[in-house]
Design a binder for this molecule. Sequence first.
Ligand code: AMP
Length: 221
Amino acid sequence: MRIIMLGPPGAGKGTQSKTLASELNLPHISTGDILRKNVAEDSELGRQAKDFMIKGALVPDELVTSMLLKRFAQPDTKAGFILDGYPRNLSQAKMLDSMLVQMHMEIDLVAYLDTSEAVIIQRLSGRLVCSKCQANFHATNMPPKQDMICDNCGAGLYQRPDDKEETIRKRLQVYEQDSTPVIKYYEARGKLFRVNADGSARSVLDKIIDRIKAYHDSLEV
Ligand code: AMP
């Protein structure tokens, strides 16, 4: 099963993708996580991507796409994946299709997480991320047991530099501009379903899982 998670920053794509991936036993591929790891390791890719990321701008398509191609070449993606953070614009959606065609694969479903701007700002400005395992917490909605320490691995938590309110607004602007054609692209192919993502993480996940089950059942008829 190959699923894309779409939605504005702060819609809960990361949280939903991680849980969904573990429930479906599929790898979670987050382009943002891979880029942040490269920045932390100060790799060549990380150095090229860093300035774009800090400003809340998109990293050039060629860099992200070749990074993704390498990830798809790993054997754990054979059974499928949950793709989070890609495609961000129409040209990436088309590049993804050509990558998949070469691998004789196609996307099964695209989940679009619909969220209001007020919820987005509240979620992102309080988000805390583990510096080691990338687990997500929230200063008020989901605080860690110990202040600024990851419940899962004990490493320190930090606020992403692009989660400052000013940068959040910039990211939302970029998102608005680029995402509409992507949504239309998958809608036209009958792949996209919308989920209201303002509710609790579990209720949103349940809605997504219901849609996946319905899709699965339709394949068996
Ligand atoms: P995310 O964790 O998905 O919010 O991504 C964080 C940042 O990484 C974005 O603001 C971009 O700078 C960069 N990024 C992640 N995915 C992509 C992508 N598909 N194309 C370009 N830039 C990306």
